[in-house]
Design a protein around this ligand. Structure first.
Ligand code: NDP
Ligand code: 2IT
Length: 448
């Protein structure tokens, strides 16, 4: 058995019931095969792949809190500090009922390569909890966040591990988490990113993931002789990433016509109204049916299992921005049949392995999330820089840096794919380019 296959088999054996983690590792190892097999003995002797796929540290903890009825609730909290070869652990926190250790490990693993691709000095980590902020009062969310941080604080720090937002963790949650950290540690430091603008947050961090997705997509299209202007775009999700992806797509002249949440989806042939979407999702925290109720041009569809949802709408470009494995083989077939020519992932691993392969085989330009959604964490790293120098940059400065970073990421993965004889395979390009920097740093630092 080759070294790559042997490592993957062991991952499956030693980490049972963690299918998302297996999936993320499989995709990366398949891409790295050509690099590893050119130098197999050396990588094997140093157990480089075993070290890369084994988190440096996993923290798992109880999160007790009291709900508005006086009932004690208990949730499971996690922080996976995956790899610190190129910088302090960096990655979001996800609060969603589906969270378990396997999901946090897949996200932490992806984060290693994503953070490497940004070119900035940040290692890979991820955390979260099976807490559901949906339907909770602000006081309940605060009580939960304070309890979560009462354990997490001892494991993080501005030069150790810097969490941020992800699904279910936005400005409100980061504020409560930051307040509790500061109270316990009595240190005012950039220990979290995505902070509010009055206490150390960076301008453009809120917009960064969605904007970055569009900057990279525009560059990918340009380098393939295409343009985003006047293209019909299908977006999934209606959260932080989706909203600002829709906004930037419109600014670049594209026409996003769909979005979705956990209960249903919208088809708005006149183009999504961003102001209304923000009002419904960011302000009221309501369901998308409220968007349709106020927008005569929009159709609302309840989510039904087994149906293609937003991917059944004819489009040129698809941007999955909700969650993992939301775009499967059947969806990929529907997109190709409808003439879609580019897919760029806003979410983490939203496309299944089979769907990715189908899209690539059918000539669809496909950019993996670890490259195309890296604008969020890149801007988090810019927030860390601003906190360290105790200065704030203007929106234009941060946005210009973000744009430069995304264009650079695309060229790095394009070049890596070409160098290793897989031109146009941006999945392989992203994994190889992300890996090489981390592997070199790991080798230089000895067996740790
Ligand atoms: P939000 O919580 O802001 O929004 C998530 C959106 O996806 C919501 O509309 C939510 O629906 C929907 N959603 C979540 N889970 C499901 C599900 N199981 N089925 C259907 N819909 C679902 O999260 P973000 O926008 O921040 O994150 C979206 C994706 O982007 C995630 O994969 C995340 O890891 C990734 N990402 C986020 C970054 C960031 O900076 N925020 C950076 C890079 C990647 P509802 O409104 O009903 O909850
Ligand atoms: O998946 C991701 O890159 C994020 N959720 C953002 C992480 C960060 O540290 O900003």
């Amino acid at each position: 058995m080759s070294y790559v296959d042997d490592v993957y088999a062991k991952i499956v054996e030693k980490n049972p019931a963690q299918p998302e983690f297996h999936q993320a590792v499989k995709e990366v190892l398949e891409s790295l095969r050509v690099v590893i097999e050119a130098n197999e003995e050396e990588y094997k002797k140093e157990a480089l792949l075993e070290r890369l796929t084994t988190p440096e540290r996993i923290i798992q903890f109880r999160v007790p809190w009291v709900d508005d009825a006086g009932q004690v609730q208990v949730n499971n909290g996690y922080r996976v500090q995956f790899n610190s070869a190129i910088g302090p652990y960096k990655g979001g926190l996800r609060f969603h009922p589906s969270v378990n250790l396997g999901i946090i490990k897949f996200l932490g693993f992806e984060q290693i390569f994503k953070n490497s691709l940004t070119g900035l000095p940040i290692g890979g980590g991820k955390g979260g909890c099976d807490f559901d902020p949906k339907g909770k009062s602000d006081r309940e969310v605060m009580a939960f966040c304070q309890s979560f941080m009462t354990e997490l604080y001892r494991h993080i720090g501005a030069d150790t591990d810097v969490p941020a937002g992800d699904i279910g963790v936005g400005g409100r949650e980061i504020g409560f988490l930051y307040g509790q950290y500061k109270r316990i540690r009595n240190i005012y430091e950039g220990v979290l990113t995505g902070k509010g603008l009055t206490y150390g947050g960076s301008l453009a961090r809120t917009e960064a993931t969605g904007y970055g997705l569009l900057y990279l997509t525009a560059e990918m299209l340009k380098c393939n002789g295409k343009d985003i202007k006047d293209k019909t775009i299908c977006v999934s999700g209606a959260g932080n990433v989706a909203i600002y992806a829709i906004q930037k797509a419109q600014q670049l002249g594209g026409k996003p016509v769909t979005c979705s949440d956990s209960t249903g989806w919208i088809y708005d042939p006149e183009g999504i109204n961003v102001a209304l979407l923000k009002e419904v999702k960011e302000v009221k925290r309501a369901r998308l049916s409220e968007y349709a109720a106020k927008r005569p041009s929009a159709e609302y569809h309840e989510k039904k299992n087994g149906e293609h949802g937003v991917w059944s709408i004819k489009c040129d470009v698809a941007l999955p921005c909700a969650t993992q494995n939301e775009l499967d083989l059947e969806d990929a077939k529907a997109l190709v049949a409808n003439g879609c020519f580019a897919v760029a992932e806003g979410a983490n691993m939203p496309t299944t392995l089979e769907a990715t392969e189908y899209l690539q085989k059918n000539g669809v330009l496909f950019c993996p999330g670890k490259a195309s959604n890296a604008g969020g964490v890149a801007t988090s790293a810019l927030e860390m820089s601003q906190n360290s120098e105790r200065l704030s940059w203007t929106f234009e400065e941060v946005d210009a840096k973000l744009q430069g970073i995304m264009v650079n990421i695309f060229h790095n993965l394009d070049d890596a794919a070409k160098k290793y004889g897989m031109e146009g395979n941006y999945v392989a390009g992203a994994n190889i380019a992300g890996f090489l920097k981390v592997a070199e740093a790991m080798k230089a630092q000895g067996i740790v």
